[in-house]
Design a protein around this ligand. Structure first.
Ligand SMILES: *Cc1c(COP(=O)(O)O)cnc(C)c1O
Length: 429
């Protein structure tokens, strides 16, 4: 397998792009080598500029849940393109997507569309503060909520991959109202409430995906919600990754919990920049123009993105691939564990729905600290051997692999073969 064209573009890209990438997770910092440049993708597969085709488990970090260029989505986008790209005024499709989204999440009467997950979350935090009149926010170590100042502490994969504790350029004042708790540890949340009486809410990835896949313990979220109700604080579910992915109604539907504010992104735009935050009327009525919390966006509710989102979610609801995702993920889990056993490699696999993560470690992973015990050097060897065998994975131990409904049995067979070879390569390190 040759990567000559990717190498050339990488070197060229370094001149005017930072590290030749527009998001640091795309750099191959922790796995070594140069990032691949992509030419095109279709269905379950992605092709680089050297003509190598891979089964795609990155799926643009989640959005492409139907696979790339699904016919119905492409048709909807083409139709929208003919009418104009952006108007700075409302369109019918915004109402249509809003209804699909609000119907999917029981705690959501109204939604506001934005252009990224980062924007959705930072707006949700502002909203929680506006509604409660309190300033402090609790977040969990290892959860990522976008790159807004207040949330760039203990923020999981991107930073963990680069071994950064937080980000430079974030003023102390911006994080002084951010309190850190441990995932799956309600006592660590309670400790903050015992010390502070000005906590607006707790933000969480209900199924964590940004420290690798980490599952909430049974009842952790239910108990957290109950506790927050007793304290008059809000539960903010960051479902940017899990929304429409764990289940149509996200982790909340799957785990039967109801957040006060929900953040969405990724799948909701079907590959176009869409984020959203929503809540019950009482909370959303704080948002301008109905209320005094300001939040705006020139391209928010963009017509092309709305068309893509509507087509993606409509097709997704019709396909209802969640059972199939579970089965595929369980097959992958068995393949990974059996290959690890065969080649004497320590491995733990966490999975939930269409998100799965092998950790190169010998002990269970239930929080960020445990995830960080993984052997990233082993992952790097595994990663490159998977690439050489035609499997495209996120270039980090701490990123989830995503499944699309376009995956075929042939793709899984190819993946099985690659896993065996990659595990063998790890055993020979
Ligand atoms: C990806 C992600 C974000 C940030 O979304 P962007 O669109 O990259 O800004 C926020 N929260 C979670 C849980 C995510 O997975």
């Amino acid at each position: 397998m040759k990567f000559r064209n990717s190498e050339k573009l990488y070197k060229k890209g370094l001149k005017h792009l930072v590290g030749a990438v527009n998001s640091p997770v795309r750099a191959f910092t922790s796995v070594g080598g140069n990032p691949l440049f992509i030419k095109k993708a279709k269905g379950s597969k992605i092709t680089d500029v050297d003509g190598n085709t891979y089964v795609d488990f990155v799926l643009s970090y989640g959005p492409m849940i139907l696979g790339h260029r699904h016919k119905k989505v492409q048709k909807a986008i083409k139709k929208a393109l003919k009418k104009g790209y952006t108007f700075g005024a409302s369109t019918k499709n915004e109402i249509k997507l809003a209804k699909i989204v609000c119907d999917a999440f029981p705690g959501m009467d109204k939604v506001r569309f934005v252009s990224s997950g980062t924007e959705a979350v930072l707006s949700a935090i502002r909203l929680a503060r506006a509604f409660t009149g309190k300033d402090k926010i609790v977040k969990f170590s290892g959860c990522y909520h976008g790159h807004s100042d207040a949330l760039l502490v203990a923020a999981g994969s991107g930073l963990a991959t680069l071994s950064l504790p937080g980000s430079k350029g974030v003023p102390e004042g911006a994080v002084k109202n951010t309190l850190i708790a441990n995932y799956n540890d309600l006592e660590s949340v309670k400790a903050h409430f015992e010390k502070h009486d000005d906590i607006a809410g707790v933000i969480i990835e209900p199924i964590a995906g940004n420290m690798g896949v980490v599952l909430p313990h049974d009842n952790f979220l239910k108990e957290l919600k109950e506790y927050l109700v007793s304290k008059g604080a809000l539960l903010i579910a960051d479902e940017v990754m899990t929304g429409f992915r764990s289940k149509f109604g996200g982790a909340q539907e799957l785990l039967d919990i109801e957040a006060d504010i929900t953040c969405l992104g990724k799948v909701i735009g079907g590959g176009f920049p869409v984020g959203a935050y929503g809540a019950r009327n009482e909370i959303m009525e704080m948002v301008s123009p109905l209320g005094g919390m300001y939040q705006a966006g020139t391209l928010s509710g963009n017509p092309i993105a709305m068309a893509s989102g509507i087509a993606t979610l409509t097709e997704l609801r019709k396909q209802n691939p969640y059972e199939q995702f579970n089965e595929t993920a369980s097959i992958l889990e068995v393949l990974l564990l059996e290959a690890a056993k065969k080649h004497n490699v320590d491995l733990v696999v966490n999975r939930f729905g269409s998100m799965i993560n092998p950790f190169f470690t010998d002990s269970e992973v239930t929080n960020f600290e445990e995830a960080q015990k993984s052997d990233t050097k082993k992952f790097a060897v595994f990663f490159w051997e998977m690439i050489r065998n035609g499997i495209f994975l996120p270039p980090s131990q701490f990123e989830a692999w995503f499944l699309s409904s376009a995956l075929s049995e042939k793709d899984i067979a190819k993946t099985a073969n690659a896993i065996d070879k990659a595990m063998e390569a790890v055993s020979k390190m």
